[in-house]
Design a binder for this molecule. Structure first.
Ligand SMILES: *Cc1c(COP(=O)(O)O)cnc(C)c1O
Length: 357
């Protein structure tokens, strides 16, 4: 019997890519597959999306880019937050990896670089104030890259800080800032993450960079994955390994943080924070057995969680519980646990077995 098992549904990935295409028709799609494909396995995710026609991939670092190259991915790959020095640029040239430039020191390294031509993207800060040059420097930066012997300007990009909330004024401000900065430069533009793809058509530019929506979760504060017709790619399940019938007023688990309100069946599921299930998930966090929600009760342990089986009184040892996946959106579990689906996915540990479907 498998313990924690994550099944990766390739058809769901392809479906979600088609949703990106419907929402942002005609734009280049660069799938964000950083952090091991948001914990889904970057190799299988990238290969599946490439076969479905994805134009390229966005990763965090050179290491992540090289892992995709070693996995046989031949599409363009851009690094989103890789510092650029001489050694890094030499490897990027050799493996045809696209640098994103976000610090002045990177320009010095690019100017000194000699090798296969690198098409660099300039990252502009349009108001999120995380990475990027002040947007008003776009023309000067473009001119500087123009003078470099082995580097061309492939495009300009920025990142949105509040696109998940359609009522947040910052996105309007960021889009206007970016537009104004690039008014005099004809270069490809890239702005949109998943929330931009979904809610901000003006952010679609030439290249969109969706991540979380490809994995089937909603980035929006006001819309669910169901509303958006996104299919869950990961199905995380674990078996019921024990069950017992307890009387009223009995404590459950470490710290006795929960007590049975009445005589009831309690189940034990073989997954815990040692597998990446969030330890801070409180009593009441949804877990699914069959069609029944069996809420988490008591504290999450390293190897186990305990659940209230009153909704599934006939659940038997060996039955599999869904922690998230079809029938139980990761967004719902994340909401209950005070986090986001991105983090749930990224935190799974090597103890979880992965299977591709
Ligand atoms: C991670 C990331 C994305 C994708 O974001 P999602 O919210 O997962 O769609 C896009 N652009 C940049 C710069 C990122 O770091």
């Amino acid at each position: 019997m498998e313990r924690g098992l994550a099944i990766i549904d390739r058809a769901a990935l392809a479906h979600n890519l088609s949703r990106v295409r419907q929402l942002a028709p005609g734009r280049e799609v660069f799938a964000a597959v950083k952090a091991d494909g948001y914990g889904h396995g970057a190799g299988v995710v990238a290969a599946t999306l490439a076969a479905a026609g994805c134009d390229g991939f966005a990763v965090s670092s050179l290491d992540e880019a090289l892992q995709l190259r070693w996995a046989g991915i031949s599409q363009p790959i851009m690094t989103l937050s890789q510092p650029l020095g001489a050694d890094v640029l030499a490897v990027m040239g050799e493996h045809d990896i696209t640098p994103v430039v976000f610090e002045r020191a990177h320009l010095t390294a690019l100017a000194a670089y000699r090798g296969p031509t690198l098409g660099a993207w300039i990252k502009l800060d349009s108001g999120m104030h995380r990475l990027g040059f002040p947007a008003y420097e776009a023309e000067a930066l473009s001119a500087a890259i123009h003078d470099m012997p082995s580097v061309t300007l492939a495009g300009c990009m920025t990142h949105l800080g509040c696109a998940d909330d359609p009522s947040d004024p910052l996105t309007h401000h960021q889009l206007a800032c970016f537009d104004e900065a690039l008014a005099g430069i004809a270069v490809p533009r890239s702005i949109a993450n998943s929330a931009g793809v979904i809610a901000w058509p003006a952010s679609h530019g030439d290249r969109v960079r969706p991540g979380i929506m490809l994995y089937g979760s909603s980035p929006m504060v006001d819309r669910t994955s169901h509303d958006l017709d996104l299919a869950p790619v990961m199905h995380l399940s674990a078996p019921l390994i024990s069950r017992r019938d307890l009387g009223a007023g009995e404590p459950i688990g470490y710290g006795a943080s929960w007590h049975t309100p009445e005589p009831m069946p309690v189940g034990v599921i073989g997954i815990g924070y040692g597998d990446g299930y969030p330890r801070h998930a409180p009593s009441g966090t949804p877990v699914l057995i069959g069609d029944a929600i069996v809420p988490l009760v008591g504290r999450v342990s390293m190897d186990m969680i305990t659940v209230d089986l009153r909704n599934a009184p006939h659940a038997a040892i060996g039955d599999r519980a869904t922690l998230w996946g079809p029938g139980l959106p990761a967004d719902d579990v994340a909401h209950a646990a005070g986090t986001i689906a991105y983090e749930l996915f990224c935190r799974l540990t090597p103890r979880v077995r992965f299977e591709v479907q």
